[in-house]
Ligand binder design. Structure first.
Ligand SMILES: [Zn+2]
Length: 267
């Protein structure tokens, strides 16, 4: 990575979530004035990802998050221990599945940082990336640990369409990033999977497959839609007035005392 890229602001797919929720929070994050506190679920989720990546990633994760993982002494510590034991059970379950075994020779947790050419960098992490030059095929997968399949993966639920659209957008962006990093694979077939698994017993797995091709990157929505959203976000955050859009409800708004003022008019 060169020095110029290092200095540019970075935007990831998950920043779009923050942007939707609270523009002020994202602006504060980018200005390094606010760091989102890691929730228990985030730490456990990160641990599961590290376990699925491999031994080195797992030991690095433990070293880097030791304080958070050990928690406080006493009763709370027991809860934390149970959460990590469960993460290990979940990872073991995933590792025994055919889909995980099929990715034995795939690259895990591929980090990307691509210069948009517009003064910012698009960054992210591809959980699984397999480039099969023999069969001219790119495979991309994203691990999603869920509490249950009620909110996602299930076509019968009312939240499914919105969830599915986001998953397609995320994976399309990853495919675009892979195309920038591997131009030799830019005319390959593309197979993308969202691999969901439950975090609690009984462990279960559901897979949503999205197919396309590297050449057009046209899935149910075009990658252009996602890139346009990121572009819009990058410009809005740069604008001074971005600071004026508060959600009034997040940790960042609370810390900065951005309380909602309700005006009442007496008749
Ligand atoms: Zn907020």
């Amino acid at each position: 990575m060169n020095e110029t890229i290092e200095k540019l602001p970075r935007f990831s797919f998950s920043d779009l979530y923050t942007y939707d929720e609270c523009v002020f929070q994202l602006a504060e994050k980018k200005a390094k004035r606010f760091v989102e506190p890691k929730s228990e679920a985030m730490i456990v989720g990160g641990y599961i990802h590290a376990l699925l990546e491999g031994e080195k990633a797992t030991s690095d994760y433990i070293v880097n998050n030791y304080d958070l993982m050990v928690g406080n002494k006493g009763k709370k510590n027991e809860g934390v221990k149970v959460a990590y034991q469960r993460a290990e059970e979940v990872a073991l379950f995933v590792k025994c599945t055919d889909v995980y075994k099929g990715y034995a020779d795939a690259e895990k947790e591929t980090k990307f940082a691509i210069d948009s050419g517009k003064g910012y960098v698009i960054s992210g992490v591809v959980d699984v990336l397999k480039i099969d030059h023999e069969n001219k095929k790119v495979e991309i997968a994203d691990w999603k640990s869920v509490a249950s399949f009620d909110e996602s993966f299930n076509k019968e639920t009312r939240t499914y369409d919105a969830w599915y659209d986001r998953a397609v957008e995320q994976l399309s962006l990853y495919a675009w990033a892979v195309k920038q990093m591997h131009p030799d694979a830019s005319d390959y077939a593309l197979e993308m999977k969202v691999v969901g698994f439950t975090k609690t017993f009984p462990y279960n797995m559901q897979i949503v497959e999205i197919t396309g091709d590297m050449e057009s990157l046209e899935m149910s929505t075009s990658v252009d839609v996602v890139l346009a959203k990121i572009d819009n976000m990058a410009y809005a955050i740069n604008d001074e007035t971005a600071q004026d859009y508060y959600c009034h409800a997040c940790d960042c708004c609370a810390i900065n005392k951005k309380f909602k003022v309700i005006q009442t008019t007496m008749m």
